[in-house]
Design a protein around this ligand. Structure first.
Ligand code: DGI
Length: 136
């Protein structure tokens, strides 16, 4: 059974020029991109997206960062897409992320870890509605 997940190439990934690299890894894995665009997030969308971190000390920094430049948002589909993309992304802390993963290969700082992938099918549904309200 197919599942969907929300993937972001965050502003650091766009600045670093790794959009193609991320897309290529998604495609090589056999996952399918079913929606995609480049956009700069309004603060309200960023705050809603990261609502589970609203009380954390790094929340302000996180919202500044994610709204600080264009990002690529996409909906990725495939069997166990949520887990499959998180495996491609690697651990949240890029120093701990295994080499061969996106974060393991391209990042060093937790606040600039290149990509986002939904952490559960429930989060994916909420995030896809937030980013792509017109997607059926
Ligand atoms: O789902 P993940 O992106 O792997 O991780 P998460 O949902 O725990 O955290 C969301 C984002 O918040 C993460 O990609 C980077 C940022 N973050 C998490 N922990 C810290 C952090 N940013 C800073 N500056 N400091 C943190 O401790």
């Amino acid at each position: 059974m197919s599942e969907r997940t929300l993937v972001l190439v965050k502003p650091d990934g766009v600045r670093r020029g790794v959009i193609g690299e991320v897309i290529s890894r998604i495609e090589r894995k056999g996952l399918k991109i079913v929606a995609m665009d480049l956009r700069t997030l309004p603060r309200e969308t960023a705050e809603a997206h990261y609502q589970e971190h609203a009380a954390k000390p790094f929340f302000g920094e996180l919202v500044d960062f994610i709204t600080g430049g264009p990002l690529v948002a996409m909906v990725v589909e495939g069997p166990r897409a949520v887990e499959a993309f998180r495996a491609l992304a690697g651990a949240t802390d890029p120093v701990k992320a295994a080499p061969g993963t996106i974060r393991g290969d391209f990042a060093l700082e937790i606040g600039e870890n290149i990509v986002h992938g939904s952490d559960s099918p429930e989060s994916a549904e909420r995030e896809i509605k937030l980013f792509f309200p017109d997607l059926g």
